[in-house]
Ligand binder design. Sequence first.
Ligand code: SF4
Ligand code: SF4
Length: 222
Amino acid sequence: MHFSTDEEPRCKRCGDCCRKGGPALHLQDLPLIQDGTIPLSAIVTLRKGERAYDQPGQSVDMLDSEILKIKGRDAAWTCTFFSPAGNTCGIYETRPAECEILFCRDIEPLKAMYDKDRLARADLLPEGHPLLDLIAEHDGKCDPARMEALAKAAREGDREAGQALKEMVVFDMEIRRLVPERTGMSPDMNEFLFGRPLRVLLAAMNIKTYETGGTIRFGFNK
Ligand code: SF4
Ligand code: SF4
C-alpha cells in the first residue's frame, strides 16, 4: 500500500487487495453475471464446511454457508480480472460491490456488508435446473466438513475412514470429468458447480492424492 501522510487517504489503486483475492459476490452483483461481465466460469464456489480466509476477520474459518467468489489466477488467489503488468482491473468501471466498497485503511464499510445478501449457486441457476439436483447430490456425498473428519481419522490410521475418503474423492473427480463430457460444458464451470476439488482441500491439509492404476491413494505429510 502506498500513502503519504499529508494526503487525503484514498485508494491509490495499487492492486494489493486484488492480489490477495477477488471479491465474494452479493445480490447487487447479479446484473454483472446476467450481462456476462462475470461469466460463471470465472466464479469459484466455496462450499459450506470448507475452510476459507475471512478477509475482515483475517482468520481461516469453517464456512457456515456457501460463498461465490471470483476465481484466482496463476495458481494463486490473485483476482482473475487483475492484470499484474499494469496493476489494472479488467472490469474496474463495473467492478463488484465488495471491490467498490473496500478501502484498506478503513475496512468497516466492507465488514458491514461482508456477510449480507451473498449470492449462492441456486440464485444463478433457474429453479428446476437438472444441475441443481447434481449439485445437491455432490454436496451430500462430498461434504467438506465430513471430508476433513475422515481425513483426520485416516491420518491416524483408521482404515474405514481412509476407504470412505477414497470413495468420496473418486466421486468428486468423476463428477468433474463426466459433467463436461456429457453436457458439452467447459470444464472451467466445475469450480462454480462443485466448488474446489476435494484433492485441493486435502492438499491444504498436507494430504496428497495420487492416481495410480485406475484408483487413488493418499500421501499423508506432516
Ligand atoms: S484499497 Fe486496495 S487498491 Fe486501494 S490502496 Fe488499498 S490495497 Fe491498494
Ligand atoms: S474485480 Fe477488479 S477491483 Fe475487484 S479484486 Fe478483481 S481486479 Fe481487483
